[in-house]
Design a protein around this ligand. Sequence first.
Ligand code: CA
Length: 236
Amino acid sequence: MPLRILLVEDEQELAGAVQTVLQRQGHVVDSSADGLEGWTLLSGEMARYELAIVDWMLPGLSGPELCRRCRAAGFVLPLLLLSARAETGDRVEGLDAGADDDLSKPFAMEDLLARVRALQRRQPSYREPVLEVGSYRFDPQIGLLEVSTPGGLVVLPLAGKERQLMTYFLEHPERIIPGSQLRNQLWDLHQEPVSNVVAAQVRLLRRKLAAYGLPSPIETVPSRGYRFLTRLPCEP
Ligand code: CA
């Protein structure tokens, strides 16, 4: 689901890269290189930002100060702080100032996108869209999967990692997805999961579908990853 995002970052090159990556995800991104200008944009009457990504060290107004002003003004939008400093005290200071999360520079864009998604999911008004692809209809919010088969509709519940895996597959249908990408999506980037965790999870999902008499839509593409086929193999 696209968000209106304000990016306040004075490192021009980084700001450009972040903006491009977010826009590729469909988000609408405004950016500013100055803390005070960022505050003016955020607090403007016409502003309807749903997320702000704010650098720590900024001209005009520091990142934490910007967060403090937002919270003092009663703004509830999620705030993500970018920090170049590694001191442990900073994290606490940033969170104390009202930031919801922080990310240390340098960071991988994948990591940034994961944080954005996590913040997006935390919003009470956020509702994950229902995914309809081929023979599959999945509501990630309640974890209910409906599969149209020649024999009729099969409905089954999916929870936890099964639910996340199905969501990711249906968001990327018919595409080869590397196991490493699935691992980054489904497991915390900071914990190092055992290497076969993705294969095990895919196996569990296949087994679950089989228990409902469904053929596996997940194809293993040797040494490349997995592909979710959205048409049932038995369909005419
Ligand atoms: Ca800076």
